[in-house]
Design a protein around this ligand. Structure first.
Ligand code: SF4
Length: 316
């Protein structure tokens, strides 16, 4: 069996930054530390932080008054900030700066009097956060069919942003469908889909030319991990999304000898290595890694320590 590891894969700068922030708050303040929603969508990461004294909550009302609450990498609405302030919580915002960039653009469009379309998955934490950053009318569409059914107030005053972790190919089709229906639509094309997401999808696309089967390491609720599996399928590869090596079924590799392995942006490398070990245990295996480019690091996104210093002065 030949095992080819995608590059880049796994943790992105935004995830590393968010996890570092939780670690630093735990080190500085000690438990309990409240985190609103899963800090990143990975069961293993969440379990490790829970074991260290992090309490994951679904609304700021669950946090003890005066406590520290960390907002996850997916971002939150203005209303959540407001409610945290009312409860006198000390807020540390671990929202990925690239999600913040989308919030900024959404606000700018809305303040200019444009109705906003968010291309993304209804109910996803990031989409809910972006939706709650604007005051005007907002629509969420996730498919070309939903674009066809969309009703807007003024077709001449419309703009869009996208979720950061979408399938590039599908998102391009949705943008084209929107532009066809609303020619004066404003938006930034695929620029809101973050570089980490795009790089991982492009790597899978290239990898699929060399393999018979693709394993994507990531959690079921991780948008970008699901998209990697989708890109694998779209590239003609039998593709599985697995939480960890325990989900591997040896029957998948009958008559399939070239295995590609990648990981979603929230999946730690240790899980990938566990998958490689399991595959090696199935028989003779050679492992190699694709050549690949570098991308923005957590440090380039803003050192978490500096982030904490700034936010400490803003704490209620
Ligand atoms: Fe930020 Fe992209 Fe990583 Fe999400 S996937 S945390 S938007 S870099």
């Amino acid at each position: 069996m030949e095992i080819i590891l995608a590059r880049p894969r796994g943790f992105c700068g935004g995830v590393i930054r968010a996890v570092n922030i939780v670690n630093e708050v735990l080190a500085l303040q000690g438990p309990p530390v409240f985190v609103l929603h899963e800090i990143v969508h990975n069961r293993h990461v969440v379990k490790r932080l829970r074991d260290q004294g992090t309490l994951f909550i679904e609304s700021v009302e669950e946090a003890a008054p005066g406590g520290i609450v960390i907002f996850s990498a997916h971002g939150v609405s203005d209303g959540v900030f407001e409610r945290a302030r009312e409860r006198r919580l000390r807020v540390v915002d671990a929202t990925c700066p690239l999600v913040k960039k989308v919030h900024f653009r959404a606000r700018r469009y809305s303040r200019a009097g444009l109705e906003l379309v968010i291309i993304g998955h209804k109910g996803h934490a990031e989409v809910e956060g972006t939706k709650g950053c604007v005051n005007g009318r907002v629509h969420v569409v996730g498919t070309v069919t939903e674009v066809e059914d969309l009703t807007v107030e003024d077709p001449g005053k419309l703009a869009y942003v996208t979720q950061t972790t979408l399938n590039i190919q599908n998102t391009h089709l949705i943008i084209m469908a929107l532009k066809k229906r609303f020619p004066s639509l404003m938006g930034a094309g695929l620029a809101d889909v973050c570089r980490a997401t795009q790089n991982r999808q492009k790597a899978v696309h290239r990898l699929c030319r060399e393999i018979d089967i693709l394993l994507v390491v990531g959690s079921r609720n991780s948008s970008n991990s699901n998209r990697l599996r989708e890109v694998g399928e779209q590239s003609g590869c039998l593709s599985f999304l697995i939480e960890d090596s325990g989900e591997i079924d040896p029957a998948w590799f009958r008559n399939r000898h070239r295995v590609g392995v990648t990981a979603g942006a929230s999946a730690p490398e240790v899980l990938v290595q566990g998958v490689v070990e399991r595959l090696e245990a199935l028989g003779d295996a050679q492992v190699r890694e694709m050549a690949g480019g570098s991308e923005q690091t957590a440090a380039e996104m803003g050192a978490s320590r500096r982030e904490l210093d700034v936010q400490a002065t803003l704490a209620v």
